[in-house]
Design a protein around this ligand. Structure first.
Ligand code: GLN
Length: 588
């Protein structure tokens, strides 16, 4: 751990005596950690996080220590308050940090838990600066964008380097070169490269090659202009990754090389790919990993034997993509059905389990605003399984409850997540326990049977007031339940949470008497975390978000259970393992 006072000591010294201001943590060794900085040009949405995480994975496989950091331009302190419809899902880390969905991509690719140190926003940077200013840490200086704000950014990166002891920090800068809100990050990277010295920072510019249908050929002008913009900010890219619908032609790569001072061997083509899990192989094939290692002068740090073993494991997984024997259709009910990014982790979790089971998972997005008990069968006739995911607010909740009723009564495999768990409790209370007025106080604040509520005593226990219960929490599983078996007969597991409401313990006895099994609870508090029904092929729900911890090589058991149960439902004649056997085969 780095002592904050040590950091502040170095801040004050440099601030008082010279124009230079580059707070460096005590003990920081220049040259130990290298930096790969990934920036976007031309447009956003090029997949900087995907590119960066795939490259990081190739380095990790080689035995190098890697740590990513995403630098966001917006002023929010975290992503918790962002609308997933505009910004993609809010990804929650084990330490409770609510961050950008790209952190999910890094965790999945690297099979590694990240922390709040791996995510920063302009809001966080400015808050640090203003706190220090009020504390008198700048000793009479006027606090400026350069060197103070950029200094704070560099401090963040170097502190991460020290804490993680990384060989390479992957820095992903949000937005696109030329955006005002990200300009100080780019400037900080220019300064960092200068201070750290030659071969310490590798700048990667992601760009886009247009291929207008009317012309029928690839055009590089937009890419050239985007790269020029970056160069005007004082950044000479070392690698240019050209995103495009199709493979980028040699001619276009040469043209970009001529205009950007980047050798054509480092101008690479990155065409659209069916699965992001195939991208590490694409990068490997064009020699990107070794280009970066050579550039950073760290070829001598790698372990090729480890790489061979890791790569074989990875290929076992990717070789199955596109060769699936089964196909299932999973219906996902949701408010943000038009934006797939809002449910990125769920889509990924289904993909992981599907690939492991040799099954292609198609997704049907179901808008529940018009679904009722009467028409649920019509809306759900083509699905082999249903997920009711997390969410906030009232819209579509009655439709979700109707879908759950249909799944429960018609033996359709069902997985409820967070709000989906709460809706499953309400449905069961209303239709099985005959508590017709059952609801959540989030939906109906004055309801007479608040089976889902914010509980005052739990507010006290968690010490969070009306705030959310966030991040990784331990769960104790009841022996001999489906949940217990799904998790390999392990009674202590951990999942990540993001909720405010929960089951009111006063109703537990009634619910249990009617057949609902609460198979996972908080070990310390009476918070119900997993429920299941034993007389159903697969009916399970959790107050947690199991999708957040599904990884390509370690599919999440609750998703694998759902996919396996849906396969059994779709192929009743085939001799396929029962879902628990299937889960055991792929999750153990
Ligand atoms: N709105 C619900 C709560 O706050 C569920 C939250 C969620 O699904 N993430 O408890």
């Amino acid at each position: 751990m780095i002592d904050k006072n040590e950091l502040l000591a170095s801040v004050s010294e440099s601030s008082a005596e010279s124009e230079f201001f580059s707070p460096i943590p005590k003990g920081y060794q220049k040259g130990k950690t290298k930096y790969v900085v990934v920036m976007g040009t031309v447009m956003s949405g090029l997949g900087k996080g995907i590119f960066s995480s795939c490259l990081a994975k190739l380095m990790l496989d080689k035995g190098l220590k890697v740590s990513p950091i995403k630098l966001e331009g917006y002023l929010n302190i975290d992503s918790g308050t962002l609308n997933p419809f505009r910004h993609g899902e809010v990804f929650v880390l084990d330490d409770g940090m609510e961050c950008d969905m790209d952190l999910g991509t890094y965790e999945r690719m690297l099979d590694q838990n990240l922390s709040k140190d791996n995510f920063s926003t302009s809001g966080q940077i400015y808050r640090e600066i203003l706190d220090k200013e009020r504390h008198g840490d700048y000793l009479g200086r006027d606090v400026q964008m350069i060197p103070h704000v950029t200094g704070e950014v560099k401090l963040k990166l170097r502190t991460l380097a020290m804490k993680t002891n990384a060989d390479i920090i992957f820095v992903e800068i949000g937005g696109t070169a030329g955006d005002l809100e990200n300009a100080f990050y780019i400037e900080a990277m220019r300064e960092l490269a200068y201070e750290e010295g030659p071969h310490s920072c590798c700048f990667v510019a992601l760009t886009y090659i247009l291929e207008p249908r009317i012309l029928g050929e690839q055009k590089s002008k937009a890419a050239q202009l985007g790269i020029k913009q970056l160069m005007q900010s004082g950044i000479q890219p070392d690698i240019i990754a050209c995103r495009a619908a199709n493979a980028v032609s040699e001619k276009v790569r040469q043209k970009i090389s001529v205009y950007s001072n980047v050798p054509v061997s480092r101008v690479i083509s990155l065409a659209d790919s069916a699965s992001i899990y195939q991208i590490p192989a694409m990068l490997r094939e064009c020699g990107m990993d070794f280009e970066v290692l050579r550039f950073l002068h760290i070829e001598d740090r790698i372990d090729l034997r480890k790489e061979r073993a890791e790569w074989a494991k990875w290929c076992d997984f990717t070789d199955k993509i596109g060769k699936e024997k089964y196909e299932i259709n999973i219906g996902i009910t949701g408010k943000y059905t038009s934006v797939r990014d809002s449910y990125a982790s769920i889509i990924n979790a289904l993909e992981h389990s599907g690939i492991a089971l040799g099954c292609k998972v198609k997704i049907s997005w179901i808008d529940t605003s018009a679904i009722t008990d009467r028409n649920a069968a019509e809306h759900l006739k083509d699905v082999n399984g249903i997920i009711v995911p997390g969410g906030f607010g009232v819209r579509g909740t009655e439709g979700k409850i109707a879908c759950i009723k249909y799944a429960r009564e018609n033996n359709i495999p069902f997985l409820g997540i967070c709000l989906g768990f709460q809706m499953a409790v309400i449905e069961f209370a209303r239709n099985v326990c005959n508590l017709k007025k059952a609801n959540s106080t989030e939906i109906e604040p004055n309801c007479s049977e608040p089976v889902i509520d914010i509980l005052p005593e739990q507010k006290k226990i968690e010490g969070l007031g009306g705030n959310m219960r966030l991040g990784g929490q331990d769960i104790k599983l009841k022996p001999d339940t489906i949940a217990f078996k799904l998790f390999g007969s392990n009674s202590a597991i951990r999942m990540r949470f993001r909720h405010r409401y929960e089951v009111d313990p006063r109703y537990i006895e009634t619910l249990e008497k009617a057949g609902m099994v609460f198979s996972g609870n908080s070990p310390k508090h009476p918070i119900m975390q997993i429920l299941e029904l034993s007389e159903h092929p697969y009916f399970i729900a959790t107050q947690a978000h199991p999708c957040l911890t599904s990884r390509p090589l370690h599919p999440q058991p609750m998703f694998t259970g759902l996919a396996a149960a849906a396969i059994s439902a779709r192929y009743p004649d085939k001799k396929i393992p029962k879902f628990l056997q299937a889960v055991e085969m792929v999750c153990s």
